[in-house]
Design a protein around this ligand. Sequence first.
Ligand code: NAP
Length: 483
Amino acid sequence: MMKEEVLTVTENIIKLASLVAGKPVSSGKQLVVNNPYNGRPVGTVEMAGLSDTQAAIEMALKGGKVLNRYERYSVLDKARTLLLERKEAFAQLITAESGLCITETNYEIGRAHDVLLFAAMECLKDDGQVFSCDISPNGKQRKIFTLREPLKLAVAITPFNHPLNQVVHKIAPALAAGTPVILKPSEKTPLTAIRFVELLYEAGLPAYMLSVLLGNTKDVAEALVQDPRVDLVSFTGSVAVGKRIAQTAGYKKVILELGGNDPLIILEDADLNLAVELAAEGSFRNSGQRCTAVKRILVHDSIAEEFTKRFVKKAKEYTCGDPADPKTKVGTVIDEQAAIYLENVVDKAVAAGAKILLGGKRTGALLQPTVIINVPRDAQMVVQESFGPLAPILTFKDLDDAIALSNSTAFGLSSGVVTSNMENAIRFVKELQVGTVNINEVPGYRIESSPFGGIKDSGLGIKEGVIEAIKCFTYVKTFSMPW
Ligand code: NAP
C-alpha cells in the first residue's frame, strides 16, 4: 500500500527545467518543490549554473525577430486566452506548491489575466508626447516629440506570495515594451513561473525574449543583478534583499517593491460592519501573505470593544485547513519554518502582555488566523512585517494619535481608513506616509493597471502596475523638428 502510494506520487511529479531562451538546461542538479500542506513532492526543476546565466544574457542581447506593436499585443492576448483555458490546472499548481487555498489561487489567475489584458491593450496605444516650442519668448518654431524605446535587457526577480501574479506583473509590461527579460522566480514557487514562461512561448513569444533561471543565489540572482549588460533590475521581495540589490546593482535602473506593515485605521465614525469585513479580508486573505495585507488594526478607543467582539466572530468564518479543499478559506503559509517564526512572534507579544482571542495554534505550515489584543506598540508584530494571518488590534485616542501610530514604522506601502467623514478621510490621505491610502477599502485594493508601490522601507517610490511598469521597461528618446 505504502509502496503504491509512493509510486503514484512519483509518477505525478512535474519535471521542469530552467529555460535559457526556451532551451532546457541540463546541469544534473535538481531543486525539489514540496507541498507545504502535506510535505509531498510536487515537482522538480533542473537548476541553472553561472554558465547558463551568461548564456541567457548573451541570447537576449543577440536578439532575434523584433516584434512590432501588433505582434506584442497578439502574444499577450493569446497568453491571456491560454491562461483562461488552463485556469484550473494553474490554480491547482499554485495551491500545490505554495499552500495557498484554491479559492485564492483561482482569484490569482483572474488577476494575472487582467494584467495580460491591460498590457496587451497598452501595446495598441501610442505612448508619445508632443511639445510645441513656440510657447515662450525663448522658444522657436519647432516641435519636440517623444518616443519610448525598449531596454536591451531587464531582470525580474519575484517572491513566493503570488507565484503567478508577481511574475506576470513584471513579464507582461516588459514584453509590451519590447524588452527582453530574464526571470528569476522564488525557489519556493518555481513551477508556476516556468509553466507560465512555457505558455508565453506557445503564445508566439520569440525565445530570446525570455529566459527563466533557478539556481544558487551567487550564480544566478546576484550574477544577474551585478552584470553591467543588464539595464534594469525589477525586484519584489523582502527589505533585506532589496537593500542589498540597491547596494550591489551598480549603474542601472532598479525597481524595488519591498515589505509592508499596512494599517487598517478604524475611526469613531466608521461603519462597524464594513470595518469588520475589511479587517478580516485584509488580515486573512492569501494566508496573510500579501505585501499589502492588514498587519495592524488600529481602532478608536471608544469602539474598540464592540469592534473586537464582532471581529472575533467574523474571524471564526476563516477556516484553515487543506488548501485544495474549496471550502478552506485560509491555507498554509509558505513553509513550516515561516509558521514557526510567526508562532514565535505571537509568543513574544503574549510575553509582553498581549492576549490571544482566537487562533494562535500551528500544525506544520498551517497557522490558524489569529486575533490578538493588548499588543504593545513596540511589539515585533507591530513594528516589523509578519507575513501571515496575524491580526493584532491596537487602540488610539484621537486622529493625531492614529496618524502618528500609523506612520511610526519603517514601512510605507499602503493603508486603509474606515470612516464616514470626508474631512477625516482627506486628512489621512494627506498625512499618511505611504504609497496608497484606500478609504473604506482594504490597503491592498487596486486594479492591475493603476500605479502601485511604496515609500520608506517599502520601496523607492517608483511605481509598478501595468502602465507605470511599461514606462520603467523603456527609455524615452526625444527628437525635435522645425515646425
Ligand atoms: P525574498 O526572500 O526577498 O525573495 C525574493 C526573491 O529574491 C526570490 O526570488 C529570492 O530567490 C531572491 N533573492 C534572494 N537573495 C537574493 C540576492 N542576494 N540577490 C537577488 N535576489 C535574491 O522575499 P520572499 O520571502 O520570497 O517574499 C516575501 C517578501 O516580499 C515580503 O517581505 C513581502 O512584503 C514582499 N513583497 C512585496 C511586494 C510589493 O509589491 N511591495 C509584493 C509581494 C511581496 P530565492 O527564492 O532563490 O531565495
